[in-house]
Design a protein around this ligand. Structure first.
Ligand code: HEC
Ligand code: HEC
Length: 378
């Protein structure tokens, strides 16, 4: 039993004092362990990326961000998701890389011995500016104090979406700080909020309603603003008509003439109408009103037509084909474009020719010989 006590104590100490990396491991021993990494990683002056990225300054660094190295999407995502290399995250990663970053291209099974992990981290630390004495570290934003805050970000990021990008447990869960603000949304709250409807009908609630039912609701709740036939009162939006006007100087954009998808009608009315009393309609009311709006736009002629969750997606609005995916990136102009030059683009050394105090912001016509027009910043 006593054999195990020490490593356990050491573990506890590490978790509590993650900022004090130097306490944990032995740099010289770590150098030997690093022999296992050296096939793929370099450290020290003039280190270059090999199979894996250079590991200088890795401590305190966001995962997947060493410049000039081509990470796996998994590692890049983990970094975007808030994974920062500190004592805790490195312990987890080096023990089982693929448990921490699922899909990482680091094909290394992991270090089995806790001591090896401690020591190799101590060794890496000796190539990281963050780990140097406090004053030096703190002039760098990534210093010892923020390291704790970053761990907190990781644990935060996880419950936020309910699922982390990789579907993995983030390694700092056991030690991260909670901010103790708010509470998790209940399923009911999420359901009340999550009401968007997709063009293919995904997200529609159960329900149905006929044109005739919609007409009655419309007359009572909508006509006061949108007119008896959707022609609008005052400056409220017109809800019907306008077909054939899209190419005119003043196109009339209505549900019938312009809107691409019926799902938008359902979603909009359910979410926002009647103006001033939003979310007061039942799901059936909204089906009935949507059916009636189709009727007002001559898309449906039968007053007994019933719109429902089942037949909803079969109805297409006439202007849908005129909405196309943005394919500009396939156009020759973009396809042929090479990467823009970002450094040393002009030949020779840059020289300052004029200062803003006299620089004329609005260029003159060439050869005019006029005085600057006073556009400069004095
Ligand atoms: C067989 C090659 C290989 C070995 C051995 C290896 N690594 Fe890696 N390592 C990689 C690759 C490749 C990546 C990039 C992973 C990715 O992009 O998914 C990586 C990534 C990392 C990262 C993340 C770096 C960053 O910038 O986000 C750390 C930390 C790391 N390795 C540490 C180690 C340590 C310490 C060892 C030795 C105990 C080791 N690796 C052994 C190939 C290796
Ligand atoms: C008190 C006045 C008022 C009432 C009542 C009202 N609306 Fe509206 N409606 C508006 C206004 C104002 C807008 C424009 C809102 C905006 O653009 O932000 C609008 C926009 C709309 C639109 C989008 C039109 C477009 O082309 O952008 C639809 C569809 C709509 N209403 C349907 C209805 C339905 C159905 C009802 C009855 C349940 C209703 N409205 C009741 C004032 C009203």
């Amino acid at each position: 039993m006593s054999k195990f006590r020490d490593p356990l104590l050491l573990t506890a100490g590490l978790l509590l004092a993650s900022a004090h990396l130097a306490d944990a491991g032995d740099v010289d021993a770590g150098k030997k362990v690093f022999a296992k990494c050296a096939a793929c990683h370099a450290v020290g002056q003039n280190a270059k990326h090999k199979v894996g990225p250079v590991l200088n300054d890795v401590i305190g660094r966001k995962a997947g961000t060493a410049e000039g190295y081509n990470y796996s999407p998994a590692m890049a995502k983990a970094g975007e998701g808030g994974l920062v290399w500190d004592d805790t995250t490195l312990h987890a990663y080096l023990a089982k890389p693929r448990d921490v970053v699922k899909g990482t291209k680091m094909t290394f099974a992991g270090l089995k011995k806790r001591d090896d992990v401690d020591n190799v981290i101590a060794y890496l630390e000796s190539f990281s500016t963050v780990a140097e004495p406090a004053q030096k570290a703190s002039k760098d934003e990534e210093g010892a104090a923020p390291a704790g805050a970053k761990s907190a970000e990781i644990t935060q990021a996880q419950p936020a979406g309910g699922q982390s990008q990789t579907g993995e447990k983030q390694p700092t869960e056991s030690t991260g700080t909670h901010f103790m603000l708010g509470r998790e949304a209940t399923p009911e709250e999420i359901a009340a909020w999550d009401i968007d409807v997709r063009p293919d009908g995904l997200g529609l609630p159960e329900g149905h309603g006929t044109v005739a039912q919609g007409m009655a609701i419309y007359d009572e709740k909508c006509a006061v603003c949108h007119g008896d036939f959707g022609e609008a009162v005052g400056r409220r939006p017109v809800l019907a008509g306008g077909q054939g006007t899209l190419q005119a100087d003043r196109p009339e954009k209505t549900i019938g003439s312009f809107w691409p998808y019926l799902s938008t009608v359902y979603d909009y009315v359910r979410r926002a109408m009647p103006f001033g009393d939003a979310r007061s309609l039942s799901n059936d009311d909204v089906y009935a009103l949507t059916a009636y709006l189709l009727y007002l736009n001559d898309e449906i002629s039968d007053e007994n037509f019933e719109l429902s969750k089942e037949n909803f997606a079969s109805i297409r609005l006439p202007n849908e084909p005129n909405f196309i995916d943005d394919d500009r990136l396939q156009e020759p102009y973009y396809v042929d474009k090479s990467e823009p030059c970002m450094t040393d683009c002009a030949p020779g050394k840059a020289t300052i020719k004029m200062h803003a105090a006299v620089l004329d912001v609005t260029p003159e016509a060439k050869g005019g010989g006029e005085e600057p027009t006073g556009g400069g910043i004095e």
